[in-house]
Design a protein around this ligand. Structure first.
Ligand code: URA
Length: 196
């Protein structure tokens, strides 16, 4: 990846495209790489990544089961927020990832991913407080997905009072995954006789 679509290439050590299963049902989209990610070329391997791994394990998932990426693939200097222009310039990569992986559920981690993905889905972004933990059936890039936003794990490390909400949202995710896998047995004529 020798991308120069925005100025961030000037500062990066490594681009961080994302990692995980090519056929993952669940995709997590964070904000942008931090220092550890820039060093290693892997997403969510620093402190926020450790919390993400814990949250996944608490609902019975492993990092290897899912796909993890960011809206912006190169580290902004001093971990500043990515700009609207950087997000827009980088967006073809995320769109291609969604098109190739075809996840059934996309979880936006933090407001940058939340706002971008809500807008791609034709939804109005209000605030994280207003929408976190709610699951929306949407189309993104021609793919039917369930979209949920939650707080960024780094935000929960900085403001520990957000942690319970983040954990609750992961429980919603667990229920959504289970309901997706529920086998809906078709009713037979005998089911009607049983009730009679
Ligand atoms: N924060 C992010 O948003 N993404 C990472 O990959 C690491 C930290």
């Amino acid at each position: 990846m020798n991308c120069k679509k925005c100025e961030l290439y000037k500062y990066r050590k490594n681009p961080v495209p994302g990692e995980g299963r090519r056929d993952a049902e669940i995709m997590f989209v964070g904000e942008a790489p931090g220092a550890r990610e820039d060093e290693t070329g892997r997403p969510f391997v620093g402190a926020a990544g450790k919390l993400l791994t814990e949250l996944l394990e608490k609902i019975g998932l492993k990092r290897e089961d899912v796909y993890i990426t960011n809206v912006v693939k190169c580290r902004p200097p001093n971990n500043r927020d990515p700009t609207e222009e950087e997000i827009r310039a980088c967006s073809p990569y995320l769109m291609k990832q969604i098109q190739l992986i075809k996840p059934k559920i996309i979880v936006a981690l933090g407001r940058h991913a939340g706002k971008f993905l809500f807008e791609q889905a034709g939804l109005k972004w209000r605030s994280m407080k207003a929408v976190h933990g709610r699951v929306f059936d949407v189309m993104i890039n021609g793919i039917k997905v369930k979209l949920m936003a939650t707080y960024h794990p780094a935000a929960a490390l900085y403001y520990p009072k957000l942690r319970p909400a983040l954990e609750k949202d992961f429980d919603v995710l667990k229920k959504t995954i289970h309901s997706m896998h529920e086998v809906k047995k078709p009713k037979t004529i005998l089911d009607y006789f049983d009730k009679a």
